[in-house]
Design a protein around this ligand. Structure first.
Ligand SMILES: [Mn+2]
Length: 432
């Protein structure tokens, strides 16, 4: 069971009783990581109906303290010098507003030691890179209600098999290029961009990718054009020999001396009619910061997953699966705290949960206007206000952030469970 009281379990369970509950939950063989991951996307499809959705995915490594005699069944991460789990997750983001609409899918795994077979000699199904194709397949399933889907990911996902097999009508891809590839017309991909005309300059907002980096503005120049990439030599021969794509190059003009200059080569299946369309695609790629923020919240701010003392890899995987969902909700609530996107409560909460939210409003309101819930009944923003109040936000000073929302969600679930139990008792024990 739980070896020691930990910050992580305190936060999930609230108290000693909750901690044992979480221990039981993690030990329960019927609750598998796969089942928790499958439940991530329950509310996402309906929230995406009719929209152009960016399905943004990324992998993060969660390391745990281990010692040689006690590895907890964890495999190597971080180039093999630490032990932990890998978490791959995909979120749905509204391409027009940037609002996070929930989780789409992903997977959580641990490595069995450093694989002795070089990457290129492994069959595709055994490569970790399959996760990018699997996530894209999950996007096709879960996001069927969307009008259009664009899968957005970083350099690790620049995989020929993906370019050749994933896109279909209504499902696009936007990925940062990693490989300098041969082109059907001769020459190489990276050099091709040099021949494209510059399509304009703009100042864009760069958010920090790692702690310690500062947020800054960068003036960038964009160029774009069509390319036809060739199937690599060692690639599966059943894949088409070439794939037609658009290449965009985004390069910082006069970068500051102390900063790493921005230089993105983006490949996409989208047509680029003009400079405005090119800038729109740059904007979509920039929304990748939402998943980076979610992974940061999962690892540190909200759940302190890396501090967890849970004893086995299997239970840590389940804990991580719960933490991903919790972090996604924290991001959704933080984004919607002012009602900016006018999302319905159903984006995050079930019907009965929204009833509990509404029942809590009068008990949390104060006498002044500042202390009233200003958002319409049934809206996600109205729920954000309630959860923030439960998390200790006092209606004044700075707006609530992910940590306040996490604290509030734990309170909320405890109250909601109590309320459901009370309602069941009232129904079952009919006093004449
Ligand atoms: Mn990545």
């Amino acid at each position: 069971m739980v070896a020691r009281k930990t910050v992580c379990l305190q936060r999930l369970g609230g108290n000693r009783k909750g901690e044992l509950g979480v221990g039981r939950f993690l030990a329960n063989k019927k609750v598998t990581t796969a089942k928790i991951v499958a439940s991530w996307s329950e509310q996402t499809g309906p929230a995406c109906a009719g929209l152009h959705v960016l399905a943004i995915d990324d992998t993060c490594e969660v390391k745990f303290p281990t010692t040689a005699p006690r590895r907890r069944g964890l495999g190597p991460v971080k180039k093999g010098n630490a032990y932990g789990l890998l978490v791959h997750s995909m979120i749905a983001v509204d391409g027009a507003s940037g609002a996070c609409l929930g989780l789409v899918g992903g997977q959580i795994w641990t490595r069995d030691g450093v694989n002795p077979t070089p990457h290129r000699e492994r069959p595709p199904a055994e490569r970790e890179s399959m996760r990018w194709l699997d996530a894209a397949a999950q996007a096709k399933q879960v996001l069927q209600p969307a009008a259009m889907v664009t899968v957005v990911d970083d350099r690790e996902s620049d995989i020929y098999a993906k370019w050749a097999s994933v896109p279909e009508p209504g499902l696009h891809m936007l990925t940062r290029a990693m490989q300098d590839r041969r082109l059907a017309a001769g020459g190489m991909l990276f050099a091709a961009a040099d021949a494209f005309p510059a399509a304009g300059k703009r100042s864009i907002d760069l958010r920090p990718h790692e702690p310690g980096q500062a947020r800054r503005q960068a003036v960038v120049e964009v160029r774009y054009g069509g390319v036809e990439i060739c199937r690599p030599q060692q690639e599966d021969r059943s894949l088409p020999r070439t794939v037609r794509l658009r290449l965009m190059e985004v390069r910082e003009v006069d970068p500051p001396v102390d900063a790493e200059p921005l230089h993105w080569r983006l490949l996409t299946t989208h047509e680029i009619a003009d400079a405005a369309a090119a800038w729109q695609i740059v904007g979509w790629y920039q929304l990748r910061w939402v998943i980076e923020q979610m992974h940061r919240v999962m690892k540190s701010q909200g759940l302190q997953l890396e501090d967890s003392q849970v004893t086995t890899a299997e239970r840590l995987e389940k804990l991580a699966a719960v933490a991903v969902k919790a972090a996604c909700i924290d991001i959704q609530l933080t984004q919607e705290r002012d009602g900016k996107h006018q999302l319905p409560g159903s984006t995050v909460f079930t019907g009965p949960e929204m009833d509990t939210i509404e029942a809590l409003v009068p008990t949390l309101e104060g006498s002044t206007d500042r202390q009233k819930n200003p958002h319409p009944v049934g809206s996600l923003a109205r729920a954000c206000w309630v959860v923030a109040r439960l998390g200790g936000w006092n209606c004044y000073y700075k707006p609530p952030g992910p940590i306040t929302f996490r604290r509030g969600m734990e309170q909320f679930y405890a109250i909601h469970r109590g309320r459901m139990l009370e309602m069941r008792l009232q129904r079952d024990v009919r006093i004449p």
